[in-house]
Design a protein around this ligand. Structure first.
Ligand SMILES: Cc1cc2nc3c(=O)[nH]c(=O)nc-3n(C[C@H](O)[C@H](O)[C@H](O)COP(=O)(O)OP(=O)(O)OC[C@H]3O[C@@H](n4cnc5c(N)ncnc54)[C@H](O)[C@@H]3O)c2cc1C
Length: 417
């Protein structure tokens, strides 16, 4: 078997597949390695929202106070395991420091670029390839039980408006006409009309088939153990199935990335942010639109043949334990907002590790000390939404073409300042 390729991508999540697509389109020979099976990480059971309007980073001014209040009320989706983990502690500290207006304005600009371009590239992708994944451009409803919470959230509109992503207020009867699956007692919703949704596991499998047909070599159950460095470059990738060489290496290993770059003395601030989902067939009264239950931070995504509840953010390192309590939190939240929150029995209980960076911006850059290594990770809660522009940017970095977006905000250098 030929073990050399133009580009060797490590990681079979959405970022790995998107990078493979644009690299193959640019005419390069591409091989992709995945330690498990395609979409074994965060890219399978997530909520599938394409949140083009999600410009505000998690580390917004007031975010910590807001979360602390919700914690006291018992409605926070956030869990932080108390353990003497220095990396996690530093990450949280840096997150707190980024909760300021300067960073807010910087992050909005950077997120807008990558989200808007990704959305347009998804349209091109679905036009050019046969990818059946329940793609729907209907928007997302951000639903509020409380009037004051809805009014507070409304302030974010001022930031979204200049980019054409401001939401429309839907109140009272109008809300029930738009979304009859809601229980009585909701105050209203902000309707983010520019958002879309798809079924991520279907996208992943369909995209994999397209890539294989286009000549990308996909190898599953092949774990990268280490990248062997020569003078200023990567020489070889050692895996549990032998070694591979390439002209360029792309690390698209999601939350696992720091474990691999640490060997190269490249410290990347990516923490696993564990989330849960519960997938079932469509309930008798199924929402027409994806709904975000704001007071509970739980998402409900309806598809043609399915329905998913997803949420929670747990900082507890790497563990794939499925805690019954967290699953119950999803169903309890859904029961507060929906007439029929569940279909019993559920088809799948799932956990995934979001690759979280404290400034809520992805990392898409060449490694500073290894010119033929590109890193693409850290997409946090928006990796599905940002995937296509990320893949295209990775291909542009590898081929030396002019980038379609300004990559400065996604650079590794930012962690040194
Ligand atoms: C509950 C939940 C809901 C979400 N909802 C949304 C949403 O609605 N919209 C949205 O945009 N985003 C959403 N996200 C976020 C999104 O899922 C992630 O940002 C995205 O999937 C990250 O993709 P990735 O390719 O970087 O990582 P992953 O999908 O985790 O892929 C990384 C891959 O690398 C592999 N790997 C790791 N180490 C090695 C190694 N040594 N050798 C070989 N392979 C390796 C892993 O097995 C994995 O398959 C959600 C996440 C969660 C958890």
């Amino acid at each position: 078997m030929e073990k050399h390729s133009g580009v060797l991508i490590i990681g079979g999540g959405i970022i790995g597949l998107a990078s493979a697509y644009y690299l193959a389109k640019a005419g390069l020979t591409v091989r992709l390695l995945e330690q498990d099976t395609i979409a074994a990480g965060a890219s399978h059971g997530n909520c599938g929202l394409i949140v083009t309007s999600h410009l505000i980073p998690l580390c917004a001014p007031g975010a910590i106070r807001h979360e602390a209040q919700r914690w006291l009320q018992g409605s926070s989706p956030l869990y932080i395991e108390l353990s003497p983990d220095k990396q996690r502690f530093l990450w949280l500290l840096k997150f707190a420091r980024k909760c300021n207006r300067n960073h807010l304005m910087h992050a909005i600009k950077a997120r807008e670029q990558i989200l808007t371009h990704s959305r347009a590239l998804y349209a091109d992708l679905f036009h050019d390839e046969k990818l059946e994944c329940d793609w729907a451009q209907k928007g997302v409803l951000m639903i509020f039980k409380s009037r004051s919470a809805m009014q507070t959230y409304g302030k974010t509109n001022a930031f979204l408006k200049p980019y054409g992503h401001d939401a429309v207020a839907v109140i009272g009867d109008e809300l029930y006409q738009l979304e009859p699956a809601l229980r009585k007692g909701m105050y209203g919703a902000w309707y983010h009309k520019t958002d879309a949704h798809l079924r991520p596991e279907k996208l992943m499998q369909a995209w994999r088939r397209v890539l294989t047909a286009q000549g990308v070599a996909v190898e599953e159950n092949c774990r990268l153990d280490s990248l062997i460095a020569g003078e200023g470059h990567i020489q070889e990738a050692q895996t549990d199935s032998g070694s591979y060489t390439a002209d360029t290496y792309v690390l698209a290993t999601g939350a696992w990335t720091p474990q691999l770059t640490r060997q190269l003395k490249l410290d990347l601030p990516v923490q696993p942010g564990k989330g849960y989902s519960l997938t079932m067939t469509r309930p008798a009264t199924c929402p027409q639109l994806p709904c975000y239950f704001h007071e509970r931070s739980v998402v409900a995504t309806p598809w043609e043949n399915g329905f998913r509840l997803g949420g929670t953010m747990e900082f507890s390192g790497f563990n794939s334990d499925i805690l019954a309590q967290r699953i119950q939190n999803l169903t309890t939240a859904a029961a507060e907002y929906l007439k029929t929150p569940l279909t019993d029995p559920a088809m799948e209980e799932w956990v995934g590790m979001r690759p979280m960076v404290y400034d809520d911006l992805p990392i898409i850059d060449r490694a500073p000390d290894h010119h033929n290594l590109v890193v693409a990770t850290g997409h946090g809660m928006s990796g599905i939404s940002m995937a296509t522009s990320t893949g295209k940017l990775v291909a542009e970095m590898v081929t030396g073409r002019r980038p379609h977006i300004d990559p400065a905000a996604f650079g590794i250098q930012r962690f040194n300042s």
